[in-house]
Design a binder for this molecule. Structure first.
Ligand SMILES: Cc1cc2nc3c(=O)[nH]c(=O)nc-3n(C[C@H](O)[C@H](O)[C@H](O)COP(=O)(O)OP(=O)(O)OC[C@H]3O[C@@H](n4cnc5c(N)ncnc54)[C@H](O)[C@@H]3O)c2cc1C
Length: 339
């Protein structure tokens, strides 16, 4: 089967490695230069362990991180600098870097039969039996295929920070009186924190200033104190307005969505990449078992994967909060910006 993987992020690269291990040589197209990524700590949940173990990456990155909720020889998650994972997955993998998928090629029946990739030397058409959209939450490939994306705004904003000071613990999280949450992660090179806050826009959310952010964080989540103390400038604090993504259909003839192009979960779940890596594992197996029939591979993939992923989508705590938003006032000293 000619498989074209559109997007060489964590999920696309992992899929490529898993397919090669099953005797299928995909073409991977990635718009960024080799090795480019935005440095940050990240929580690799247990859902992603099996695929990374199979390609030999888990054992390499595990000692580079900090365990979260260790259980015997394993842990619920490991917190690691994201570049260490991406570089380990990408090593020795052929990828068409600095190429963007800019169009899909359809046959008369509407089936996707290839992509047009734009690179430094112009456009190139690459025929395919199956295009796998691994181009992230804002997936253009999904859009070009005319596949529906349902984006749901959470009722709150999100305030987050990153510093180069590790905290005493690798992870902590607490819920607040109004159902909002505050958490932190720490990896060997730094820490990051996030909390829900009023949806007031970046200017109002950052207006109280850096000292107020630090004081509030250390007070509400003492385990994050060392990390948040290391924030040196308000530029390291960010306001955003999170949204969830679900896609009702994961495939149509010649194309399938996996990873962030298919789903994106709420900020306190920490599962988006683990679920995406699991998608890659399931799809690689579905392709290996249906090498001559891309549609059968997609049907098999959905049959096995939907019972895993759909409950996570339905039970996302962000979705629950949409139902309860505004019913409980914040507790004393919890509101942000302070009232
Ligand atoms: C700030 C932040 C923090 C996060 N923290 C966590 C966490 O702690 N734990 C967790 O499990 N998940 C976390 N996630 C989610 C996690 O990063 C993703 O689930 C994970 O990276 C897998 O995504 P992906 O490979 O499907 O998509 P992406 O990582 O978005 O990769 C998509 C790739 O496609 C490329 N691309 C896009 N368009 C094109 C095109 N037209 N042609 C070619 N290439 C293209 C992009 O350059 C990119 O490399 C976080 C996400 C963000 C933004």
């Amino acid at each position: 089967m000619n498989v074209v993987i559109a997007g060489g992020g964590m999920v696309g690269l992992t899929l490529a490695r898993l397919l090669r291990a099953r005797g299928v040589e995909p073409v991977v197209i990635e718009r960024m230069p080799e090795g480019a990524y935005i440095p940050r700590g990240y929580m690799l949940g247990f859902q992603g362990y099996e695929p990374l173990k199979e390609i030999g990456v888990l054992d390499e990155v595990w000692p580079e991180g900090r365990e979260i909720a260790p259980q015997g020889t394993s842990a619920v998650a490991v917190c690691v600098e994201v570049g260490k994972v991406i570089h380990a997955i990408a090593r020795d993998l052929p990828v068409m870097y600095e190429h963007s998928v800019k169009d899909l090629v359809f046959d008369d029946s509407g089936r996707v039969v290839g992509v047009i990739a734009e690179g430094p030397d112009g456009d190139v058409e690459i025929p395919s039996d199956l295009v796998v959209a691994c181009d992230g939450k804002q997936s253009r490939v999904r859009e070009m295929a005319g596949m529906e994306a349902v984006l749901t705004q959470l009722p709150e904003g999100e305030l987050s920070w990153m510093s180069s000071s590790p905290s005493e613990t690798s992870f902590s999280m607490a819920y607040m009186a109004d159902g909002g949450h505050i958490g932190h992660l720490s990896w060997p090179q730094g820490s990051g924190g996030w909390r829900s806050c009023s949806r007031v826009g970046a200017e109002a959310a950052l207006a109280p200033g850096l000292d107020a952010v630090k004081e509030m964080w250390a007070r509400l989540l003492p385990e994050s104190r060392l990390g948040v103390e290391g924030v040196e400038s308000i530029d390291q604090v960010r306001y955003s307005e999170p949204e969830l993504l679900t896609t009702p259909e994961w495939w149509k003839p010649g194309i399938v969505l996996i990873g962030d192009s298919a789903h994106f979960f709420g900020p306190e779940t920490g599962i988006s990449s683990g679920i995406g890596l699991g998608d890659a594992h399931a799809l690689s197996e579905a392709i290996a078992q249906n090498r001559a029939d891309a549609d059968a591979a997609c049907q098999s993939y959905v049959m096995w994967r939907a019972p895993v992923v759909r409950p996570y989508e339905a039970m996302d705590p962000g979705r629950e909060r949409i139902l309860t938003a505004g019913k409980q006032p914040p507790g004393p000293g919890e509101a942000w910006p302070p009232q």
